[in-house]
Write a protein that binds this ligand. Structure first.
Ligand code: ZN
Length: 422
C-alpha cells in the first residue's frame, strides 16, 4: 500500500453544486474519483489519445479503469467523524466527565451532559484541524454574459499550500511509478487559474485493522462515502451479506447495527471530463457493527481494510477509517494521569542506570526516546545496556518498558528525561 500526497500550488474549488443561498461551495476533501480524473487528464496531456490495441491504450486502461485503487484524500489533521459518535453540541467545560460517546463501542450517551447541560447529539461531517476557506463575493453573471442586477454570489476555494493525503493501491509497483511521475495535475473547477497541484506517491504502512469488540463483533467505519446495492441491485445503506462473505475470506457475516446517512454524490468521468450522474451514497463516517459466524483472523481483517467495501472502490468509495479521535473529558484525563503514574512507578528502577556514568545516561536517554518514537532498532540496544547493569530490577523494568505500547513508552522516556534534567 502506498500514500498519495497532493499539495495545492494554486487555490482550488472542488465540486460545483450551486447552493440556494448563491454560494458556490467547495468540498474540503478530494474524492478518489477526482484524483483519478486529474491523473488521467495528465496522462492524456502527455501521451495523447491512444488507439485501441496499442500498449499505450493498455497502460491507460490498467491505470484508470481497474488496475489502481484511488483512495479519497483528506486534508492533514481532518477525518470524517464516525456517525456512531454522539457528543457535546456546545463547547464542553473543564468539568465535563465525558465529551464524546462512541456508540459502536457500546457507550450509551445521555440526552444531556450531566455536568454542563449541553445536548448530546450525533456528530457528523469533517472534524479535526479544519482550515478556513477563501470566500470571494462577486456579481452574478446571467446566461447572456451580462451582470445580473443586484445578484451576488460567493465562491469558496481551498487555500494554496493545503496538503491532502490518502491511499493508492496498485497490482504492480511500476504503475505507481508512472502515476508519481505524471504531476503536476489540476483538480476541481476553473482550471486555467485554479487547482494546480503536485503529486507524490510514497510507500506507506498498511491501514489500521478494523476494531474488534469484546463480544467478537467487528466495527467498520467509512472514511469516504460508500455505494452499496442489495442482491437485486437496488441502492442499500449497508454491505450485503454476500459481499461481506466475499470480503471476509468466506466467513458468513451480517450488519448487526448501523449508523448511516444518505447523500448524493456527483463526479466527472476521467477521460471525457463530462459530469457523471448523481449517485446515491451513504455518507463518509457511516459505521457498521458486523456479526460473523466465526472468528475472523487478522489477515482477513487486514485484507478487508485494504479492499474497502461496496461499489466503485477503485474511485475511492468506501475506504475504511481508523478509530475516531474523541475529545478527552475529565474522566479520560484522570485515567491518563493514573496510567502515567503507574507506568512511571514500574519503570522507576531504570533511573539507576542514569546514576554515575554520563555516557550511559545519555545513550539510555537517546535510545528510550528512539524506542518511544517507534525505532525498531532501539529495543535490542536497550536490552544490552540493561544487561550490563547486572541488576535484575533494572532488567525487569527494561523488559516492562520494551513491552509497553508506544503511547505508554512515551511516559517512561519523559520520566527519564525529567530525572536527567534535575
Ligand atoms: Zn458537558
Amino acid at each position: 500500500m502506498s500514500e498519495l500526497v497532493l499539495t495545492l500550488r494554486q487555490a482550488a474549488q472542488l465540486g460545483s453544486r450551486a447552493r440556494r443561498d448563491n454560494v458556490l461551495g467547495t468540498m474540503e476533501y478530494i474524492p478518489g474519483s477526482v484524483v483519478r480524473g486529474a491523473l488521467a487528464a495528465a496522462w492524456l496531456a502527455r501521451n495523447g489519445v491512444s488507439k485501441p490495441g496499442t500498449p499505450e491504450r493498455e497502460e491507460f486502461l490498467t491505470l484508470f479503469e481497474g488496475g489502481v485503487r484511488y483512495g479519497a484524500l483528506l486534508r492533514d489533521g481532518t477525518e470524517f467523524m464516525s456517525l456512531a459518535v454522539a457528543g457535546h453540541k456546545y463547547d464542553p467545560q473543564e468539568t465535563c466527565e465525558v465529551i464524546d460517546y462512541d456508540r459502536a463501542r457500546g457507550e450509551k450517551p445521555p440526552p444531556y451532559c450531566p455536568q454542563c447541560g449541553s445536548p448530546i447529539e450525533q456528530r457528523k461531517g469533517l472534524t479535526g484541524d479544519r482550515k478556513p476557506l477563501n470566500r470571494r463575493t462577486s456579481v452574478a453573471i446571467g446566461p447572456g454574459g451580462t451582470a445580473k442586477r443586484g445578484e451576488l454570489f460567493t465562491r469558496e476555494t481551498l487555500n494554496k499550500g493545503a496538503t491532502f493525503r490518502g491511499t493508492v493501491t496498485a497490482s504492480d509497483d511500476t504503475l505507481l511509478k508512472i502515476l508519481g511521475d505524471l504531476g503536476p495535475v489540476r483538480v476541481g473547477g476553473r482550471r486555467t487559474t485554479h487547482g494546480l497541484a503536485d503529486v507524490a506517491i510514497t510507500p506507506a504502512a498498511p491501514p489500521p485493522l478494523p476494531e474488534r469488540r469484546p463480544d467478537g463483533t467487528i466495527i467498520v467505519r467509512l472514511r469516504s462515502p460508500g455505494i452499496f446495492v442489495d442482491d437485486h441491485g437496488r441502492p442499500a445503506d449497508r454491505p450485503s451479506e454476500s459481499e461481506l462473505k466475499q470480503a471476509l475470506g468466506d466467513v458468513g457475516a451480517r450488519v448487526a447495527k448501523a449508523w448511516t446517512r444518505w447523500e448524493q454524490v456527483g463526479g466527472w468521468h476521467a477521460a471525457s471530463g463530462l459530469p457523471k450522474p448523481q449517485e446515491l451514497t451513504v455518507a463518509a463516517g457511516s459505521t457498521y457493527i458486523l456479526s460473523t459466524e466465526r472468528v475472523v483472523g487478522d489477515s482477513a481483517l487486514s485484507a478487508l481494510s485494504e479492499r474497502g467495501l461496496g461499489l466503485r472502490r477503485h474511485e475511492g468509495f468506501s475506504d475504511l477509517a481508523p478509530a475516531p479521535a474523541l475529545r478527552p473529558g475529565a474522566a479520560d484525563r484522570r485515567r491518563a494521569a493514573d496510567n502515567s503514574k503507574k507506568v512511571r512507578m514500574r519503570a522507576a528502577p531504570l533511573t539507576r542506570m542514569l546514576v554515575g556514568d554520563a555516557r550511559v545516561a545519555n545513550t539510555l536517554r537517546t535510545l528510550t526516546e528512539a524506542h518511544a518514537e517507534g525505532d525498531p532498532a532501539a529495543a535490542g540496544r536497550l536490552r544490552e545496556e540493561a544487561k550490563k547493569q547486572g541488576d535484575t530490577d533494572v532488567r525487569d523494568a527494561m523488559e516492562f518498558f520494551l513491552a509497553l505500547p508506544l503511547a505508554d513508552a512515551v511516559h517512561v522516556a519523559e520520566y527519564l528525561a525529567e530525572v536527567l534534567g534535575r
